[in-house]
Write a protein that binds this ligand. Structure first.
Ligand SMILES: Cc1ncc(COP(=O)(O)O)c(C=O)c1O
Length: 368
């Protein structure tokens, strides 16, 4: 494995220090939760090794939300990031070919690169509404293709793949004896009824998700993978046991107690996200300098400066942070031009979100 640190992590708000940022529009999740805000009691928790697959009641709870999924189809992992690492390192070796959508959450690209895989990127284009072109995926398949890797709802564009596309991708994986990895970390933040969980569509499909994005509890590092193929479950469990044996029982317990009472917390979070999205929609509709593909799910979008706008982008990002204490995710976090940036609308309070947008307006005008 050849690891290199990813710009999105080196420059992340937590690396920078949250105290340096007043308006955090770089985040890809809803606002983080304070322990005292949630009703969680750990007094009867035995701090022993946990079930290697994951706390059975938590797996049962996750499974119960997806028709056709059983608790045994769920393997708990250290965040969605842990699931992605387990899947990629279990299924891929140096020289193997895989197909990855770009832009993407950086790990989906960096881990196969670190393994030494041959990667074909399926680029998404603004002009095409960041839609996935199935024909390009089909054309990219090679005899040694092991994996097709997609993200839906997508980070950083917020586009969502429809049920037909997901079924077609599953059929493609089956036809070519490869696997479909679906990073569905933003699925609980769908704007409308979520598309079917990809793992329910085929034994060659693996779904990944976590509680990091929708529930504001990323610090417990709790995610999961779902597959209905017992052979894959055993393979991924073997990888998990060699990496860290089991999850933290503290994380599992907090996650379980949070999800059991989710209906107490989640509607208010959803309402706040919807309000910020309406504010953003309005701001974009009146924006002279920026254009976007309106997101269909999740809490991020990927606006870009209009072609005719001559702007010093380096100065823009520097000024935005140093003078206006406002942070967004520049395009290079996603191997894209810095004329695009990721803007998150789930994390900030409504007031600071409005202020952050106003700060972007000010910084833009000073950099033209
Ligand atoms: C698409 C996607 N997948 C996975 C992750 C990792 O999330 P987690 O905190 O669950 O490891 C992220 C985090 O930004 C993400 O955007």
């Amino acid at each position: 494995m050849h690891y290199t640190r990813m710009p999105i992590e080196v420059e992340s708000p937590e690396s920078l220090g949250y105290s340096t940022i007043e308006c955090n529009l770089a985040e890809s999740s809803v606002r983080d939760v304070l322990f005292s805000e949630v009703d969680i009691n750990l007094n009867s928790l035995m701090i022993a090794y946990g079930d290697h697959v994951g706390k059975p009641e938590l797996r049962q709870l996750i499974a119960s939300e997806c028709s056709g999924i059983h608790a045994d189809d769920v393997l708990l992992t250290v965040g969605a990031a842990g699931a992605l690492f387990i899947i990629q390192t279990s299924l891929l070796e140096a020289g193997d070919h895989l197909i990855v959508v770009r832009p993407n959450y950086a790990t989906n690209i960096e881990t196969p690169k670190a393994i030494g895989c041959a990667v074909t990127y399926i680029d998404l284009f603004f002009e095409e509404g960041y839609a996935l072109d199935l024909e390009r995926v089909k054309a990219a398949i090679q005899p040694n293709t092991k994996l097709i890797s997609i993200t839906t709802p997508h980070n950083p564009t917020g586009t969502v793949l429809g049920a037909e596309t997901l079924a077609a991708l599953c059929a493609l994986a089956e036809k070519h004896n490869c696997y479909l990895l679906a990073d569905e970390t933003y699925r609980d933040l769908a704007f409308t009824k979520p598309t079917p969980l990809v793992a329910t569509l085929s034994n060659r499909a693996i779904s990944v998700s976590s509680v990091s994005k929708a529930y504001g509890i990323p610090g417990i590092r709790l995610g999961w993978l779902i597959t209905k193929a017992p052979f894959l479950q055993q393979l991924f469990l073997a990888a998990k046991e060699q990496i860290h044996i089991c999850n933290s029982v503290v994380d599992e317990e907090i996650c379980y107690q949070y999800l059991v009472k989710r209906s107490q917390y989640f509607p208010a979070v959803q309402k706040e996200v919807q309000d910020c999205f309406s504010i953003l929609d309005n701001w974009m509709a009146n924006n002279r300098y920026l254009e976007w593909v309106k997101p269909s799910g999740g809490v991020v979008c990927f606006p870009r400066f209009k072609k005719e706008v001559e702007i010093n982008v380096e100065k823009f990002y520097t000024l935005l942070l140093s003078q206006y204490k406002t942070y967004v995710g520049p395009g290079h976090w996603f191997e894209q031009s810095k004329r695009s940036f990721r803007l998150g609308f789930g994390w900030e309070t409504k007031d600071d979100f409005v202020k952050g947008l106003a700060n972007i307006d000010k910084a833009v005008k000073e950099c033209l």
